[in-house]
Ligand binder design. Sequence first.
Ligand SMILES: Nc1ncnc2c1ncn2[C@@H]1O[C@H](COP(=O)(O)OP(=O)(O)OP(=O)(O)O)[C@@H](O)[C@H]1O
Ligand SMILES: [Mg+2]
Length: 189
Amino acid sequence: MTHRAGQQLGNYRLTHLLGEGGFAEVYLGEHLHLGTQAAIKVLHTQLTSDDIESFRAEARTIAHLIHPHIVRVLEFGVEGKTPYLVMDYASGGTLRKLHPKGTRIPLAPVVSYVKQVADALQCAHDEKLIHRDVKPENMLLGRRNEVLLSDFGIALVAQSSRYQSTPRYGRDDRVYGSRTNSGQAASCQ
Ligand SMILES: Nc1ncnc2c1ncn2[C@@H]1O[C@H](COP(=O)(O)OP(=O)(O)OP(=O)(O)O)[C@@H](O)[C@H]1O
Ligand SMILES: [Mg+2]
């Protein structure tokens, strides 16, 4: 996979690679006209014309999920056959990076993380939207060190090709109902 730093996607110039997962690369992007920053998630998968409609519907659903502890999806697009999502940039990195595997975390921050993530999941479940990949790599930290859960529903988009959600963390969340496709705002603020 060729790295896309320096390229333009939609209204964003990709400045550098923030990280890479099993099915996407995530870049810091700068808006060409506004100068604002965002995280641009470029999926490895190539969409067929049928997939594009599913991706559009999925992106529409998660873009309506507005909550203080959920990463906001701002925009989506398809460049050639490559889908990408524009999300809020979480400058604090991931909880996994802050707490590498094997380190002990004091109780107080654990309780705080759990409360924030549970609140985000409750909002999504109220909208019949399941996450499918709850794990520290998908818990980001915002400017005020708040936890922001990312990657809602993305699993469903990429699933058709190569992506499987991470079993260790994904299982419990997955037993809840099915997702909504209503496209209605799901603000739980
Ligand atoms: N909104 C964001 N703001 C800042 N950094 C981000 C954002 N989203 C993702 N990242 C960074 O990009 C990395 C890759 O993210 P991605 O979601 O593609 O993979 P993952 O969640 O680590 O693993 P996988 O999706 O394969 O299970 C993350 O670990 C994180 O460091
Ligand atoms: Mg992720």
